[in-house]
Design a protein around this ligand. Sequence first.
Ligand code: KIV
Ligand code: ZN
Length: 519
Amino acid sequence: MNDKVLFFDTTLRDGEQCPGASMNLRQKLEVARQLEKLGVDIIEAGFPVISDGDFEAVSTIARTVKKCRIAGLARCVEKDIRAAAAAVAPAGDRARIHTFLATSPLHREFKLKKSKEEILAMAVEGVKLAKSLVNDVEFSAEDASRTELDYLAQVVEAVIDAGATTVNLPDTVGFTTPAEYTKMIEYMVKFVPNVDKCVLSVHCHNDIGLAVANSLAAVAAGARQVEGTINGIGERAGNAAIEEVSMALSTRPESFGFAKGEKPHNLNTREIVTTSRVVARMSGLSVQRSKAIVGENAFAHSSGIHQHGILAKRETYEVIDPAEVGWGETELPLTKHSGRAAVKARLEKLGHTLSDEELTQVFNRFKKVGDSKKFVYDDDLASLVNDSLDTHNAVWKMIALQFTSGSEAVPTATVTLEKEGKRFTDCAIGNGPVNACFKAIDRITRTKGGELVEYNVRSASAGQDALGEVTVKVQFGTDCSCKPVSGKGAATDVIEASARAYLNAVNRNLKLVEIATKA
Ligand code: KIV
Ligand code: ZN
């Protein structure tokens, strides 16, 4: 057993389903380009039938990314499969349709209300249709880990006969254990007669914290595709973290059926930290400090004994060389004297490829930030990128902001915004300068009932003059889904960052309302 393990990245699909994560097209493209640099084998770019936005994201990524296969998700129904085929078409022979149908008794009885025979027939029909549209078809038996093994084996055999070249057996609810998963994969290898005609794949959720362990157990038992996300983001407790699964395989190949020193996958692990940061920025979901491989503390040794050991020989307390995953490549910070070419080169190192227009926008803000702080660190710069990609195509743009406040003063804000080339200025008073800014924005944009339900501020980099990053969640009366809408903003002044974050939420809400009105 020596074929490499393929990585199927679903950060842009299952990862994006994570509450609080929401990326626009431009942000998804940044993530996809970085995943390509990381060397994932397949990018699941979205669920095309779900919305025009998802369709556009999948087809744009299929057109732009050149090295990975591009998958679009589809339920096992004609409308979904055709939408997925159309969206992935620009990827040519790298296009994959990933169709899924639940097989477990619970899902059959309560969700689908269908018999075993009906499910089997639907799966075969769906795979046949997908196969008539693209060559590369993946079938997922949703909730496979809670499906009767003999029935699951029948489904696997039938979909392979129908043309599936990858068969995925997900632990949809993150319920299984490594021993059970091993048994399931071994059962398929032993009892599905045509199993050698497909790649067996696993897709693990982390509800009881076993997603990575389960994925690794499946690999040891013969699975050759692992589905997961960067930083482990995803529905509920998330998906298997690709950086963890890949580094476990690289560090301990012999524990998973590979020879010592053998490279068990195609990832360029030196891109892991950059990829983690790009995903954290673009999704707005920051990485916990102690997270394995990519957390800030993953290689920080605070105890004296450990530090002494590391200095004597790194391996005493480190099982992975941090450089192997891309740590330790920090460069000198930029200053206001740095030119456009230097900023562009640094952005590329940070995993961002911007158009000329986007670069101009980031560079202009970089110059302003450089005027108010001595050094612009990589994290500051990345924060500005995210801010400007997030406001890309925004209806309302922030032009100017002025506010006064103090213990005896009435907090007042004057805001100038631009829409379709026209400028609008208004002012408001509030119970504090942030509230006054929000109210002035409400007046200009005619936003009604924007209620702030969450407000967080953090510094993007170190030092007193660090950029402040604000995230807000705003409940708008007009939001069709009635879920709070999130917004992000960054500036050296936290009040400006707050106003930018609020305006970002207003713009996002306008987009949601537009989509809902069209639908
Ligand atoms: O968790 C799951 O079962 C899924 C399928 C669509 C593969 O995400
Ligand atoms: Zn999933």
